[in-house]
Design a protein around this ligand. Structure first.
Ligand code: CA
Length: 250
């Protein structure tokens, strides 16, 4: 009781700092179910000047070519084409971010899609907030181009890409060359989920063993070194059955 009275008389908390403004010229949504298209359109409100909609894969490919949107939201369950085909076709001539909407329990499909050039995926049923956050992150990447900063920070962690140096609260953290290569690969695509195979190819450059098992060992060691609490990772996020991504707060 006392607490609630106290809370009511406290001055309002200062508003959290606004997200850096990201606004696309246009976003293309390829989804056959009108109610879900409407939900996506609502989730994307404010992120684009216009949202263009297609109800089938072929129509989506045509619109992507005609409209050249800044980003595509692609549903995998389409009446005419598999989402994978749509993704591969668009990737033949365009490099705008593609965010895929996929059903739960379809890890293998997600892996195929990320390897085919999709940038991220959101699992259905999706939360509008989650979809907006993923789209915003991809727009930021797409509009800003590749990260050119040579020093990135996350809380008290500093990663100096040019000097190959990692520090937490000013204290140097030693990474092995392979750990460093993994960090550099993830930071170069921060916010984007990379599949086990993509990370493996970037770091080892030759095939041996099982990438997923191999990586797990390295990621565990890396988390011990760079996460504030390795048991609850905030930086290197696991996408179960798919891969990893690094989250660097803006
Ligand atoms: Ca669908």
């Amino acid at each position: 009781m006392v607490e609630s009275r106290l809370l009511q008389t406290q001055p309002a908390a200062p508003p959290s700092p606004p997200e850096p403004a990201v606004r696309a010229r246009s976003i293309l949504v390829i989804e056959d179910e009108p109610p879900i298209r409407r939900a996506i359109r609502n989730a994307l409100r404010g992120l684009a000047e216009r949202v263009v909609e297609a109800g089938a894969g072929g129509e989506g490919i045509d619109l992507a070519a005609a409209e050249r949107p800044d980003l595509v939201v692609l549903d995998l369950g389409l009446p005419d084409l598999a989402g994978l085909e749509v993704c591969l076709e668009i990737r033949r001539w365009a490099n705008m971010p593609i965010v895929v909407l996929s059903a739960r329990h379809a890890e293998q499909e997600k892996v195929l899609l990320l390897n085919a050039g999709a940038d991220d995926y959101v699992t259905k049923p999706f939360s509008p907030r989650e979809l907006a956050a993923r789209v915003r992150a991809q727009l930021r990447r797409g509009l800003a181009g590749a990260a050119t900063e040579s020093v990135v920070t996350a809380g008290d962690l500093t990663i100096d890409l040019a000097r190959r140096a990692v520090r937490r609260a000013g204290r140097a953290i030693h990474l092995t060359p392979l750990e460093w290569d993994i960090v550099r690969t993830l930071v170069g695509q921060a916010g984007r989920t990379l599949t086990h195979q993509q990370i493996f190819d970037a770091v080892w450059r030759r095939q041996f063993g099982n990438p997923q098992q191999y990586l797990r060992v390295y990621i565990t060691n890396l988390r011990r070194k760079i996460e504030a609490d390795p048991t609850r990772p905030q930086l290197i996020i696991t996408e179960p059955g798919v891969g990893y991504r690094i989250e660097l707060p803006q």
